[in-house]
Ligand binder design. Structure first.
Ligand SMILES: Nc1ncnc2c1ncn2[C@@H]1O[C@H](COP(=O)(O)OP(=O)(O)OP(=O)(O)O)[C@@H](O)[C@H]1O
Length: 349
C-alpha cells in the first residue's frame, strides 16, 4: 500500500511494492505484501506491530538481506546524501551490497547479544570490519575509541575484552559502536534492546538520541514495544498481517490513532510508561502468511468490521497531511474504539 507520494531530497529510502515470499509445502508464504513507504533523512522511524507481522522482513529487505530461500521483489531506492546518484538496492551485486551494507546502512539485528564471535576480542571485530571494507585500520581504531567513548564505554577495556567478559548492556553498546565504525547514514535496529533489563533499555534509548545528533543518523527502530518507541521515534509505521496499516507522527499515532488495530495495540498497553511485559495480547487468531484473507486483513478481529471490509482491500487514506491509514471506517474510529486520554505533559519522558 502506498503511504506517501513524497520524493524529494528529504527522502533517504523509497520503498515501493515490496514483496517478500517463501515457497512452503502449504503454498506461497507472503510475509511482506505490497508495502510502500518512505524514510525521511535524519528521522527516527519506529516500526511496530505484533510478533510475526513482517517488521524484520521489511527491514531486512531494505538492505536486500532477506535470508534464502526468501524472494524479495519491488523497488527499494536509496538516496545518498548530498544529491548522489540514487541506488536501486535490489539490483546491487554481491560486492556492491557488501559495501552498501556497512558503509551506507548498518544493522543491529535481533538477538544481537550473540552476534559477536565468542572467541574473538572486540578489537578483532572492529579490525575485521575495517579490513573487509579496505579502510585504514589505524584511523578506524581511533574512530572506534571516539565512538565507544560516546557510548559511555571505556574504549581500551572494551576493545581488549572477549564478548563474554562484557555485561549485556556493554555488549549491546559495543555492537552499536561496531555498526557505526564505517560512518553509515542509516542505522537499522531490530529489537536491539529486547534482551536487556528495563533500565538498560531506557538508557540505550537515551543514548541513541545522542548518537543520532552526534553522527547525523537516520534511525529505523523495530520493536513490538510501543511504550519504548514513543520515547524515541519521530514517526511510526504500524504493521499488521505483513502490510502497513497506519503511518504518522508519533503524536498522530498516540493521540489520534486511525486504525482499529493501532487502537487495540494502544489499549493493550494501558500505561505507556509500563514495560512491555505488562502488555496484554489482542484477541483473535494471528494472521497466517500462507492464507489470503479477502478484503481487509484485520476484519476477522476488528470490532468495527462491516460487509464492505470483507469485500475489498482498503486503500490507504489521508487522515491529515502527516497521517495515513488503511481503514474505510477511520472517521468513526474515535467514537467506536476509545483510547487512553493524552498523557500529561512530560509524563512520557
Ligand atoms: N526463514 C523463514 N522462512 C519462512 N518464513 C519465515 C522465515 N522467517 C520468518 N518467516 C515468517 O515471516 C513472517 C514475518 O516475520 P518477521 O520476522 O518479519 O516478523 P516480525 O514482525 O519481525 O516479528 P518479531 O517481532 O517476532 O520479530 C512470520 O510469519 C514468520 O513466520
Amino acid at each position: 500500500m502506498r503511504t506517501s507520494n513524497q520524493n524529494d531530497s528529504d527522502v533517504v529510502f523509497e520503498v515501493r511494492d515490496l514483496e517478500v515470499t517463501f515457497g512452503t509445502k502449504r503454498g506461497e508464504s507472503r510475509v511482506v505484501r505490497n508495502v510502500d513507504f518512505d524514510i525521511h533523512r535524519n528521522e527516527t522511524l519506529g516500526m511496530v506491530g505484533e510478533s510475526g507481522s513482517g517488521k524484520s522482513m521489511t527491514s531486512s529487505a531494505l538492505m536486500n538481506a532477506v535470508v534464502s530461500p526468501g524472494e524479495t521483489s519491488g523497488e527499494v531506492t536509496y538516496y545518498p546524501p548530498d544529491g548522489g546518484e540514487p541506488i536501486s538496492v535490489l539490483d546491487l551485486d554481491e560486492d556492491e551490497l557488501r559495501r552498501f551494507r556497512w558503509g551506507e546502512v548498518a544493522m543491529v539485528f535481533q538477538g544481537a547479544m550473540s552476534s559477536f564471535n565468542p572467541v574473538k576480542k572486540v578489537r578483532g571485530h572492529f579490525v575485521e570490519t575495517l579490513e573487509d571494507h579496505n579502510r585504514d585500520v589505524e584511523a578506524g581504531l581511533e574512530r572506534a575509541h571516539k565512538i565507544l567513548g560516546d557510548l559511555y564505554l571505556d574504549p581500551d577495556r572494551v576493545l581488549d575484552s572477549y564478548p563474554y567478559e562484557l555485561s549485556g548492556g556493554m555488549k549491546q553498546r559495543a555492537l552499536i559502536g561496531l555498526a557505526l565504525i564505517l560512518e553509515p547514514e542509516v542505522l537499522v535496529m531490530d529489537e536491539p534492546t529486547a534482551a536487556l533489563d528495563l533500565l538498560m533499555q531506557r538508557s540505550i534509548v537515551a543514548l541513541l538520541k545522542e548518537l543520532k545528533t552526534e553522527y547525523d543518523l537516520t534511525i529505523i527502530f523495530i520493536t513490538h514495544d510501543l511504550p519504548l518507541l514513543t520515547k524515541l521515534a519521530d514517526r511510526l509505521i504500524v504493521m499488521y498481517a505483513f502490510d502497513i496499516v497506519e503511518v504518522g507522527s508519533t503524536d498522530d499515532i498516540l493521540y489520534d490513532a486511525a486504525h482499529p488495530y493501532t487502537r487495540s495495540l494502544l489499549n493493550a498497553t494501558p500505561d505507556l510508561k509500563a514495560p512491555i511485559e505488562e502488555m496484554q495480547s489482542i484477541s483473535g487468531a494471528k494472521p497466517d502468511p500462507v492464507t489470503n484473507v479477502p478484503g481487509c486483513s484485520y476484519h476477522p478481529r476488528c470490532p468495527m468490521a462491516t460487509e464492505a471490509c470483507k469485500a475489498q482491500e482498503p486503500p490507504m487514506e489521508d487522515r491529515s497531511a502527516s497521517h495515513r491509514t488503511a481503514c474505510i471506517h477511520h472517521e468513526d474510529v474515535s467514537d467506536e474504539i476509545p483510547i487512553p486520554a493524552k498523557p500529561m505533559e512530560g509524563e512520557l519522558q
